[in-house]
Design a protein around this ligand. Sequence first.
Ligand code: ADP
Length: 494
Amino acid sequence: MQSREARILVVDDEDIIRIGCQRILQNPGFTIDLAENGRVGWEKIQQKSYDMVLVDLMMPEMGGLEVLEKVQAHDEQIITIIITGFATIETAVDAMRKGAYDYLPKPFSPEELRTKIRRGLEKRWLLLEAEELRRERDRNLLELSNEKSRTMTLINCMSEGLIATNRTGQIVLMNPAAQKLLNLPPENAVGSTVEGLLGNPDLEKLIAGELETAARTATVTSKEFAVAEERFLQSNTAPLHDEKGEVWGTVTVLVDISEDKKLDQLKSDFVSLVSHELKSPVAAIAGYLNLIIDGLTAGNPQKEREIILRSRDKADSLLMLINDLLDMSRAERRGAAKVKELLSLAPILEETIQFYQNEAAAKSLSVRIEGLENLPRVVGNRDDLARLFANLVSNAIKYTPERGEVGVKGRKRDGHIEVAVSDTGIGISKEELHKVFGEFFRARNALAHKISGTGLGLAICRRIVDDHHGQITVESEIDKGSTFRVILPVPSGQ
Ligand code: ADP
């Protein structure tokens, strides 16, 4: 047993007993305090924590039994030894029934006193140790239950669904995410078997199958399945084994993969669209070359030249397409690779207009510029913004017949900048307006006027604007003209 300092209080009205006890118990491991009556003793007990109290039964002011009662109520684990005269032994025995540890009849020898004290202290240390063990157990239980509730909180907050079953296929755990992903009512499914419960035969079969083969395998089985139109889940089911390797049940993690599926679909649609768009000019060039190789133009240099020129046009449109595709992937590359800075749009717009001046002049178009002087600055990527306005201005010129008008107008609105690129060109029909920002879309009017293009420019514009947290809109009327508006946020303090 661990040795510790024992604090002992001797409460007796007889000086000789008090002093005697103090002398006998003088020992480096003991602290002895004395009280000359019950009242003083009780005061000391309240102020200091004692391991043991020796108390005389017969005392003026407060008798030993009263002190005993108070000590018991104060701290049951304090060892109380009753010091008693011969005449009061019966009362002392009664006191033991009331909780005193022992009694010591007067007169007593030093050895008797030491023996009682030693035994009493042994009892006291045992009590304290038991108390400490109990506290530790309570602490551990508390930690365990905290740990358990922490784990449950984690499981309940997961965005992935989690379903655990026992070996008979009964659900022992299902978190709210699993219920939501499987569209199950909020009732508690714990305790029911999976069969017919998950509303998804594929998943139910998977879990049941896993239980059957679990004894042999320890692998994770993954499966994708549809839970609604355009909603897909991936499930990963694995058997659970206990430490002896026995199958305990299964655990299934459900992940919503609808977004990934949609992206995959978009990607493969885009790839087939691009391949298709690339294929037609290449096939046309190959066809023209075959005409020449097969000698079909032999002796007809004019025909041959015409075919070569057509091939060059196709090669040009191929180049245009490839350039647009490259622009598109540049616009797509977001994040760290893109340097954004606080910049003024006026020089970018002026340079763009300057660049297309010859094209506009060739068609005798008048170009009007308005409101660019005092525009606040925006945060953006210089190259991307230049590409955005180049696409809009070149479209305005391209889709406007001779002697028309093209305008670039800037203005400040609350917290935003708006740049409108307008023209008096061929316009776009109302029904097609919402499609113009999609990849490879070309409006009927553009095709009817035989104006070449890739259908990618506006898709690139939309991506750039999105990346700048802005908006792009279009208004148009057939044969009247179109206005494309770009709205970009202006950082505060401008
Ligand atoms: P492209 O001009 O290379 O075909 P865009 O993505 O820039 O591709 O434009 C998509 C379609 O929107 C064009 O094919 C055309 O039909 C229509 N369009 C774009 N800008 C204008 C405009 N200013 N006036 C009329 N139609 C336009």
